[in-house]
Every structure is written in C-alpha cells, then in structure tokens.
Design a protein around this ligand. Structure first.
Ligand code: UDP
Length: 246
C-alpha cells in the first residue's frame, strides 16, 4: 500500500506532525532504569522508545579477543519483534549488524578505552518502539548509559538525522519523511563537533549536503544540552547536591 502524502510541508511551512523544518521531536530521558546494568537509559524521541544498557568495563572472554592495550567496545542494536508495524524477525539482520557497527564506531573516538586493557564495554540498545530515527535515538540513549556507567569519555555523543522532502531540508525525519523523502542523512557528533557517524541515502547537491550537515549539527547540539541536563539532574539528585551550570 502506498500511503505517500501529497505534500510534506504545508503553506505555513509546517510538517505533517506540526513541526517546523528545523525542529526536533520532543525527547524524554530517564537514567538508571535497570538495576543490574552498570549504566542505563530509557529514551523516548517522538514515538521512538529505546532502552540502552551498559555493562563493564569487565574482563573480556574468550581471552583471545582481548586487546593488550585497550578495552573492546561491543555495541548491539536490536529491534524488538513488536517494535515495528510488521513484526521484526528476531535475531541479527544485515541492517542491525550494520547499525551496530557504525554506532560502535561513533563512540570509539570518545571512550577512553586505553584505561582498561583486556576489558570489554558492552552497549545494548534495544528498540522497543520504532518510528524513524532509531539508530540516532539509540546512540543518544547509549551515550547517556555510558556516562551513567561511569565510563571515562572525552565527552558525550549526540546523533540526529536530516533529510529532504518537497525539495526542502528537514531536521529529524518522521516516519513518512523517512519512508518517502528524497534523502536521509543521519550523523553523530562529539561535544567538539567532530562527526563520528555519517550515513546517507538518497540524493543531495553539494550545497544541500553542506547545509544539511549544518542543520543536523544544530539538532545534535540541542540534544547534547538535553543529555547533559538529564545527567546533571540524575547525579545531583543522587548526591543531593547542587551542580553549578558550566
Ligand atoms: N522499520 C521497520 N522495519 C524494519 C526496519 C525499519 O518498520 O525492519 C521502520 C522503523 O520505523 C524505522 C524506520 O523504518 O525507524 C526507518 O528505518 P531506517 O532503516 O531508516 O533506520 P532508522 O531511521 O530507524 O535509524
């Protein structure tokens, strides 16, 4: 069934879900939701629902996989069978293996793995409900879960996608924009603005590409602020102290 909307942006410049073209979906963040994990985060972003759990650093078994000078990061992105309209087939798929790989690489430049030789840091990102942008939502949740686990990092990582509909760039694609849009470009950045993940589907001109990265970074910076705020609240509540702003 083709349910492609006739128009994605109305005469007032608003998208199908009422957002401006440069507006991200509402995000809520809960930290430390799993008692057995070393760090965890439940994140809702629009209709996406993600649970991230971090275990480690812990000794890596089997030992032959250990790295003598650093920890190994393992990242597993998984869609629950019930997370999508048509049941998602349980177990790894080409898509989930690819997303797990690029997401792990998004964290490798910031996690200070050299402090934990022979260890492993396991990151699990479970998509409970999917509605476009799950890889970026999972990275945002995983970043917080890593911080919650006390893993030393140079900074947080934030991720967002930008795309193109009706010939215009739009930030943080919703489902119809993702399904029927002209482009989909997810990125992840560090707090310093270094890009650690960049993927792209569809077509953009060079000018549009540059503009898209700029727009997407703006989205990521907003997310970084929300991540920091959530962590500050969690840890000041836990310690019952006031943490001053930057
Ligand atoms: N999707 C789905 N079944 C799948 C994979 C994806 O229904 O097996 C939906 C889901 O809502 C997802 C969206 O398609 O969020 C876009 O998927 P994409 O591969 O672009 O990754 P995402 O945008 O979630 O990172």
């Amino acid at each position: 069934m083709n349910d492609k909307p006739e128009k994605f942006i109305d005469e007032n410049g608003l998208r199908l879900d009422g957002r401006q073209i440069d507006e991200i979906r509402p995000m809520t963040i809960k930290i430390g939701v799993l008692s057995r994990a070393d760090g965890s985060c439940y994140l809702e972003w629009g209709n996406n629902k993600i649970l991230a759990a971090v275990y480690g650093p812990r000794e890596l078994h089997p030992r032959r996989l250990q790295k003598a000078d650093s920890a190994l990061i393992r990242y597993r992105y998984n869609m629950a069978a019930f997370s999508v309209e048509d049941r998602a087939r349980p177990g790894p798929s080409r898509r989930s293996i690819e997303i797990s790989k690029v997401s792990r690489e998004a964290f490798e430049p910031v996690v200070m793995t050299h402090l934990y030789p022979s260890a492993v840091i396991d990151v699990f990102a479970e998509v409970l409900q999917a509605d476009a942008g799950t890889r970026t939502a999972a990275i945002n949740a995983a970043s917080i879960a890593l911080a919650d686990a006390g893993i030393p990092m140079k900074g947080l990582v934030a991720a967002c996608a930008v795309g193109k509909v009706d010939g215009k760039l739009v930030l943080d694609l919703n489902k119809p924009e993702d399904n029927y849009g002209e482009a989909d470009l997810p990125i992840a950045i560090t707090q310093d603005g270094e890009i650690t993940l960049l993927q792209m589907d569809g077509d953009l001109t060079q000018e549009e590409f540059k503009e898209a990265i700029k727009l997407c970074k703006e989205g990521c910076y907003q997310i970084l602020e929300m991540q920091k705020e959530a962590l500050k609240t969690k840890f000041s509540d836990d310690a019952d102290i006031d943490i001053p702003d930057d």
